[in-house]
Design a protein around this ligand. Structure first.
Ligand SMILES: Cc1cc2nc3c(=O)[nH]c(=O)nc-3n(C[C@H](O)[C@H](O)[C@H](O)COP(=O)(O)OP(=O)(O)OC[C@H]3O[C@@H](n4cnc5c(N)ncnc54)[C@H](O)[C@@H]3O)c2cc1C
Length: 408
């Protein structure tokens, strides 16, 4: 059998099939395994998410969770943790449930997983150019004969990592429906911003909201990073799928709540008390509690307040406007969601045509699909790699079992 794509799903699929005794070839387009794992989590690799399977599944959209449930139970987060631990790579869990290597990074994860492929015929720099059901896979002019193909070629963001969306075209030509691919977990650019002087500055643990015609279409709590032309950071990645989905219905504005745990009225009272006790204090200094000093002038400008204003000179109307700004500071209107720089893409091979218990194509015999090629896009947090590990495991297992069954 042949596994196409040596990323997260392909490595696990190949290992599982090999462990069951199926002879196989793993074909990878780039010159190394796990090219995308290497850049994951900023090079640290957020391997998975801790917690019971049901709570991990909750992070996905309902129909995605329904599809993933059987494979998540078959190969839950604890399994990948164990696989790595068995080879000496321990993970630790952050407060938010995200699991990272302890004293190690993404390249150690790839090295560790590569050990599991000992004995597998792995061929790098071998781009597959076509799939012919029942006959094999094409590598240029050469046909590698096989009647069992596991397709793990990923999505189409970060094309330099080898993922150029090859699988979508093959799946379509084989009769599969491919849900249109859109950006998810991607940075955004703003209208009229070409070189933001605050690029590189971050807002910590804020609530980011995306609004369209005044209505909140999504929100996400986390850090926000100013870039030269817009925003990035976990909270931004968290809302971009919705932004990309709603895009054609009208412009989308982004705003942040800088004090998400403090109600509007409490902020008003706090500000009034502060004014009373510090009549000569500069408002600008007090605002450093909410934003980095570099952003104070910008925040005050948004609230139409002079940067030198002192507590005693702050009029009631201005105080109200300031609290309003702290609770919903408009950062800009989205002009672009950077598809290529997305951690994943939403869309892909329709889940209706793949058996979630086996990852078999319901259109083509001998074809199995796993990982990001499927119409799945979880949030930031180790969920997407987990989806690749679990679906890869199941795809490799059923392809091997089917292959072995034809040989008895
Ligand atoms: C910058 C970044 C950071 C990320 N961080 C995280 C994170 O910390 N945690 C997390 O859970 N997720 C993260 N993700 C998402 C995660 O990396 C992907 O969801 C996951 O790698 C998908 O696994 P996959 O095996 O389906 O695809 P991939 O890992 O993309 O692997 C697909 C492989 O197929 C190969 N291929 C493609 N076409 C062909 C062909 N024609 N012939 C042969 N081989 C081919 C590619 O070269 C590639 O190696 C991140 C993604 C990015 C881009």
């Amino acid at each position: 059998m042949v596994v196409v794509g040596g990323g997260a799903a392909g490595i696990i699929a190949a290992w599982r099939a090999h462990s069951l005794g199926a002879p196989l070839v793993l074909l990878e387009k780039t010159d190394r395994l796990g090219t995308k794992i290497l850049i994951s989590g900023g090079g640290k690799c957020n391997v998975t998410h801790a917690g019971p399977v049901e709570s991990v599944l909750k992070a996905f959209k309902r129909e995605e969770a329904v599809f993933l449930r059987p494979s998540f139970y078959r190969f839950p987060p604890t399994e990948i943790v164990q696989m790595l631990a068995d080879r000496g790579l321990q993970l630790y869990t952050r407060d938010d449930g995200r699991m990272f290597p302890l004293d190690a990074d993404a390249k150690d994860v790839v090295a560790c997983l590569s050990h599991y492929l000992t004995g597998v015929d792995v061929r790098m720099e071998t781009p597959v150019t076509g799939i012919e059901p029942g006959r094999g896979v094409w590598i240029g002019e050469t046909l590698l004969e096989t009647d069992h193909v596991v397709l793990c070629v990923g999505g189409s963001s970060f094309p330099k990592t080898g993922t150029t969306g090859d699988g979508y075209a093959w799946a379509r030509s084989l009769g599969h429906q491919v849900v249109p691919v859109r950006a998810a977990l991607a940075p955004v650019e703003f209208e009229g911003v070409l070189s933001d002087p605050n690029a590189g500055v971050s807002l910590r643990d804020v609530l980011l909201r995306a609004r369209q015609s005044g209505k909140v279409i999504d929100k996400w709590r986390g850090d926000v990073l100013f870039t030269h032309r817009g925003l990035s950071g976990p909270a931004v990645l968290g809302i971009t799928r919705s932004v990309a989905e709603e895009w054609d219905k009208g412009p989308v504005d982004l705003e942040v709540d800088l004090a998400p745990d403090t109600p509007f009225e409490t902020l008003q009272t706090d500000l009034a008390t502060w004014k009373q006790h510090n009549p000569n204090a500069k408002l600008a200094h007090a605002l450093e509690e909410f934003v980095p000093s570099k952003l104070v002038a910008r925040l005050l400008d948004s609230a139409h307040i002079h940067p030198e204003t002192s507590a005693q000179r702050l009029a009631k109307k201005e105080a109200n406007k300031l609290v309003e700004t702290l609770k919903s500071w408009r950062l800009g209107r989205v002009s672009k969601v950077l598809f290529d720089k997305g951690e994943v893409v939403a869309g892909g091979v329709s889940l209706d045509e793949v058996d979630p218990k086996t990852m078999r194509s319901q259109k083509i015999g001998g074809l199995y699909l796993a990982g990001e090629i499927l119409d799945i896009a979880g949030p930031v947090g180790g969920y997407n790699l987990q989806a690749a590990w679990s679906t890869g495991y199941v795809a490799g297992e059923s392809a091997a079992q089917d292959w072995l069954a034809t040989r008895v």
